[in-house]
Design a protein around this ligand. Structure first.
Ligand SMILES: [Zn+2]
Length: 352
């Protein structure tokens, strides 16, 4: 099973175990071409479910934040074993002290000793500050700073807008993604940074720009420009980056436009929910023995028409709501997470 191929983690949340077991392998390029006939109908059903859930509680780049976020109320019984781990991790406002320590997987894990992405740099600004999700592994923070400088130098952007990385101690969040749990996932807006310092209001309210044409079969060339290819290429060419998730129409455009060395295209993967931002996923850092990464994908460019047939099929482009709404699954508890995450959760705060 390759559940990790679901960057947002919604499949993990909404699908029953048997559906996951049967369908998750289809998320790899190879598996799709090998057993398309059997798996596509099931995928279509899954898509409907996923889209519905995304619409219901997705918290994506285009979702607005609040200038005056209310602190979460204290939990009546934080030791209740049935309580969702997301309730516990969302209430930690600072990382645990100590060196960086990645525990578990992108969709079930946490991070100790996370580092904060500074809110402003010469070539970046962090968005949606009310979410407090600008924390990640030090390698991720360094990567984003490097990519920001490259977006300026190579693509001519003033800089990049940084969306969600992770919570101070990682773990599941109350809204949005089910991945982003170990400080090795980050969302970068496809909207270039404006040439001025954004106000607090703008950071919460400014809308990201939709990059995909109305028919969803291609990018909108008025907003998705050749500079976007350069930014995505820079990110994909970083050795520590394992995958980048984009809307399928964006992948199609990159396949059409990329010149010269195209090997980086293998890291760019079509996925739901990436019309406004792209998602960078790093490999486990060297020596991080508690980090459960995922196998590398095929080195194939993933540009053949057959790779897009599923994504541009009618059921995916224009999904119908499911006849029977999916039953909500109980949230992941702390006991279901790697044991070391309990220690991370209860450790003292790092110095702010
Ligand atoms: Zn993401």
């Amino acid at each position: 099973m390759r559940l990790w191929d679901d960057p947002v983690g919604k499949l993990n949340v909404v699908l029953g175990a048997s559906a996951r077991a049967a369908s998750a392998p289809a998320m790899g390029y190879k598996s799709v071409s090998m057993s398309r006939r059997r798996i596509v109908p099931l995928l279509l059903v899954m898509t409907l479910v996923v889209i519905k859930v995304l619409a219901a509680n997705g918290a994506l780049a285009q979702d607005k934040g609040s200038v005056n976020p209310k602190p979460l109320p204290p939990l009546a019984n934080p030791n209740d074993p049935k309580i969702g781990a997301k309730e516990l991790f969302a209430r930690k406002l600072l990382p645990s002290k100590g060196p960086a320590h990645v525990i578990g997987s992108y969709v079930k894990g946490c991070i100790g000793g996370a580092e904060q992405m500074p809110l402003n740099g010469d070539t970046w600004q962090v968005m949606r500050l009310s979410r407090n999700r600008n924390w990640g592994h030090p390698d991720m923070i360094a990567l984003i700073k490097r990519l920001a400088a490259k977006a300026h130098k190579d693509a001519g952007w003033p800089g990049i807008l940084v969306g969600d990385i992770g919570q101070p101690r990682g773990g599941p969040a109350l809204s949005g993604h089910a991945s982003h749990q170990i400080g090795l996932d980050a969302d970068i807006w496809l909207t270039p940074m404006p040439d001025h310092r954004l106000s607090r209001e703008e950071r919460e309210e400014m809308s990201a720009v939709m990059m995909v044409r109305d028919d969803r079969l291609d990018i909108d060339p008025r907003v998705f420009t050749p500079s976007h290819l350069l930014v995505l290429r820079d990110a994909a060419q970083e050795p520590a980056v394992q995958r980048i998730f984009v809307n399928p129409a964006i992948k199609k455009a990159l396949c059409r436009e990329a010149k010269g060395d195209r090997s980086w295209l293998s890291k760019i993967r079509p996925w739901w929910g990436h019309d406004y931002h792209f998602h960078i996923r790093m490999r486990c850092p060297a020596g991080a023995s508690d980090c459960q990464g995922q196998p590398s994908q095929s080195e194939d460019e993933g540009c053949k028409p057959s790779e897009f047939a599923y994504w541009f099929s009618e059921g995916v482009l224009h999904p119908k709501p499911p006849a029977v709404p999916p039953k909500p699954k109980p949230p992941m508890t702390l006991a279901q997470m790697p044991a070391a995450c309990k220690a991370v959760l209860h450790a003292g705060d790092a110095k702010p």
